[in-house]
Design a protein around this ligand. Sequence first.
Ligand code: KIV
Ligand code: ZN
Length: 506
Amino acid sequence: MNAVQIFDTTLRDGEQAPGYSMNLDEKVRMALQLEALGVDVMEAGFAVASPGDFASVKAVADTVKASSVCSLSRALEKDIDASVAAIRGAARPRIHTFLATSDIHLRYKLRISRADCLRRIRHAVAYARNLCGDVEFSAEDASRTDVDFLCKAFDAAIASGATVVNIPDTVGYSTPDEFGALVAAVMNRVKGIESVTVSTHCHDDLGLAVANSLAGVSAGARQVECTICGIGERAGNAALEEVVMGLRTRRDAYGGLSTRIRTEEIARTAHLLSTITGVRIAPGKAVVGANAFAHESGIHQHGVLSKAETYEIMTPESVGMKKTELVLGKHSGQHALETRLKDLGYDLDAPRLAEVFAAFKALADRKKQITDRDLAALAESRVAARHVGPQEWRLDSFVVNSGNHMSATAQITLVKGKRSVQDAAIGTGPIYAAFRAVEKIIRHRFTLEDYRIEAVTERRDALGEVLVKISDAKGSYRGRGVSTDVIEGSILALLVAVNRMLEAKR
Ligand code: KIV
Ligand code: ZN
């Protein structure tokens, strides 16, 4: 097979990373973008874990058409049943079942013998295969499993109907040479291996996840499990964009193998993940970081201007980092805005476009040059706040007063439907006071878990982008707000989070 299948687990292994949890709508949005990116398989979650996880897996399965959708299950009938029920609506359903095979896991975690382990694998895979035509079996902690036993485990899985066998380096312990040799051993010794797809699933504890995955491909693996920006448990998983661009840029080194990924969608996908989760992409992140194609030194700039290949091994355009000379300002019309937003990956419906256009005009009055990053921030804040309806609070007006020899005060008026409520509060600073005033108006207490503010662009008149995370007894909720006024941006971000919190209560 000349193609390497890309199995994305951003919504499952990625979401397990602290700070990356997503709600149902966010998962569906992310899944649609993963489909546009062209992933062969996406792991939508772990259906049995909770009713919320089940609902998200189901929503993704019911929505996505072009990619296979799978749900993780332990090697237990009840897990497999939950997965089957959740992915029933998928165009291409897959069950992913796993059991640890290393002695350390068998002895201390599962407390079962190797013989029991083989029995469980046979039973779980056969049970799943009876319910679904595509069944993946993962030998958890494969890289620390005795190779002879690992081969027996895969023999058992294949004989019971597995269509894919996955070799996880669960704790990120392997080196590229070792991992390549392990995949080669599986390829050479497991019965019936030629009739199934062999897969890698590498974690990044030693920073080797991508190198190990590529070594696995060189040894014969034809599926790579990975996540956008490498998010995942602990230090994360192999980064999809690095695996894909590694294979594409160094086709010569990887025997001409290719993937079906639409690489021009890579940057948009990474930015969407960052927007949804509120976690910024590190500037030096390979392939998608802001500096990935920035050439600072004079020698490099000169070289790139003469011939890009002197210092660029791939083009920014090939991963969807579009640059534009088009400058939008206060005289630009809605059509120009719409065209630019489409180039940036935002295809908004008419009401949302009208909202962004109004925000754009208001911004153009305060700021001379509106950049792509400003536009993306405006669009994102509107997309993130898309649930605002008659049941939700909106900002009408605010006044804050603060100074170095006084307590800060904030007076805020919020509107809900036709009702307008005003209250005031004092605090140690203007944001604190404003948040207290909001809390008094909505009559629901919350804890501020995280507050971050960043300038969207470099200049003094930059938009400030505020990310807020609050929690109550039921869960935690994020909000994002943008404004040239950081206090307004903060209140807008808080209201997005507050509306989500109150919606969860209803
Ligand atoms: O890291 C791991 O072993 C896993 C398995 C469930 C595939 O995530
Ligand atoms: Zn994992």
